[in-house]
Write a protein that binds this ligand. Structure first.
Ligand code: IMP
Length: 218
């Protein structure tokens, strides 16, 4: 079995490896391990469509180059932050949100745009859609599976720690009543070990693990 991830994002890959843990290490492959690279336009209208675009691009590339093997799983993760106050934006536009500015600038801008909001109006969630193309036998049609992970939270009022990536410094787990308790559990404040136990990505990947175990793939 090979679990081949269609991503060039090193942050994502290191989280994936940490979440799956040592048991899965021998089975995890990156595109560069396989000697291929795809970077398709993520022009889908949903997380599912974008994850499918990415996994399918890698599947087709490997198929055309005759690199597929029986027992391969081609996996893509599409993730986004959805903020209720912005009608669930940035959502599928999480990486392109606000154009060509740094992630730090994006985070600060979001805090600025939300600065006058009541604590109860700060709800947000992270969602990960995993699309997995299961190649049982190279010569037969593959199976397409999908798994979803979601975590509810809210947008913090300020950045305390900047660890992690993307929107980790401003997304806090739990609900706004935590603001009153004075302990704001942003993914950055919680740290990567805790994030990897509870995150949207962890929930989606653990469903994949469940599938693999149930079907005696591992
Ligand atoms: P992608 O399209 O799935 O690669 O992710 C879109 C964007 O969402 C990334 O560029 C990051 O800014 C952000 N993102 C994805 N996953 C996370 C996460 O776990 N924490 C914070 N931001 C994330």
């Amino acid at each position: 079995m090979r679990l081949i991830f269609a991503t060039n994002n090193n942050h994502k890959l290191s989280e994936i490896k940490a979440i799956l843990g040592e048991r899965f290490c021998p089975y995890i492959f990156t595109m560069s391990d396989i000697g291929v690279s795809v970077n398709p336009d993520e022009n889908g209208k949903t997380f599912m469509e974008n994850a499918l675009i990415k996994s399918n691009a890698l599947y087709m590339e490997m198929k055309n180059k005759e690199l597929l093997k029986d027992g391969d799983f081609i996996i893509a993760d599409d993730t986004g932050l959805c903020i209720k106050h912005f009608n669930n934006a940035p959502g599928i536009f999480s990486s392109r949100f606000m154009g060509n500015i740094t992630q730090k600038e994006k985070n600060l801008k979001i805090l600025e745009l939300m600065k006058d909001l009541d604590d109860t109006e700060r709800y947000a969630f992270f969602i990960t859609k995993l699309v997995v193309i299961e190649v049982d036998k190279v010569e037969t049609d593959p199976k397409i599976l999908d798994f979803e992970g979601k975590i509810d939270g809210y947008i913090a009022k300020k950045i305390e720690k900047t660890d992690g990536f993307g929107y980790d410094p401003i997304f806090a787990v739990g609900d706004y009543t935590d603001i009153y308790k004075g302990y704001v559990k942003t993914f950055s404040n919680l740290g990567i070990d805790i994030k990897n136990k509870i995150s949207h990505r962890a929930k989606a990947l653990l469903l994949l693990v469940e599938y693999l175990e149930k079907n005696h793939k591992i």
